[in-house]
Design a protein around this ligand. Structure first.
Ligand code: HEC
Length: 141
């Protein structure tokens, strides 16, 4: 009986340690992705979408529309890699421009810039991993 109890307590402790180290790993990755994502954003995106993500008039849409980013989460990798055109509505304003693709960005760069934009400019949508980018890129519309 006592052995069982010791075993149970030990298992719970072990499990708690594993869960905690996983969380730490995610939060370390999150910070790393966010910081790298910011510099990728500054090089590749900021000239149009702005340092504050507010876009430019009716030419370049802002990245502040949390609902759009959330609803299109699984298409963001395709949009960034292949570009985007056709009419879209962001924050109730209609845009009909052309965003060039970023063919040279690796999957990890795309994941990092997604972590940055979906957690800046009023967005708080958590981590986005490279595996998801790779898998989403096989399903571009
Ligand atoms: C040359 C200007 C330009 C650059 C550079 C650019 N975009 Fe865009 N982006 C646009 C335009 C224009 C649209 C809207 C296209 C349309 O009308 O369909 C857009 C749309 C978007 C959208 C969807 C709409 C929205 O506002 O949420 C996202 C997300 C986005 N861009 C992210 C990025 C990211 C990330 C980068 C850098 C890797 C980037 N863009 C670089 C011009 C640009």
């Amino acid at each position: 009986m006592q052995n069982k109890l010791v075993y149970l307590v030990f298992s719970i402790l072990a499990l708690a340690t594993i869960i905690q180290s996983c969380q730490n790993e995610t939060s370390i990755n999150y910070k790393r992705y966010y910081v790298n994502g910011k510099s990728i954003y500054e090089k590749n995106c900021q000239s149009c979408h702005g340092a504050d993500g507010k876009g430019l008039g009716t030419l370049y849409p802002p990245l502040t529309d949390t609902t759009y980013l959330r609803l299109n989460r699984s298409q963001l990798a395709c949009l960034i890699k292949n570009g985007q055109q056709g009419e879209i509505t962001i924050n109730n304003i209609s845009y009909d421009g052309i965003m060039p693709g970023n063919e040279t960005l690796a999957d990890i760069d795309i994941a990092q810039v997604i972590v940055y934009i979906t957690n800046s400019f009023g967005n708080k949508q958590g981590f986005f991993d490279t595996e998801t980018v790779t898998s989403n890129l096989t399903k571009c519309k």
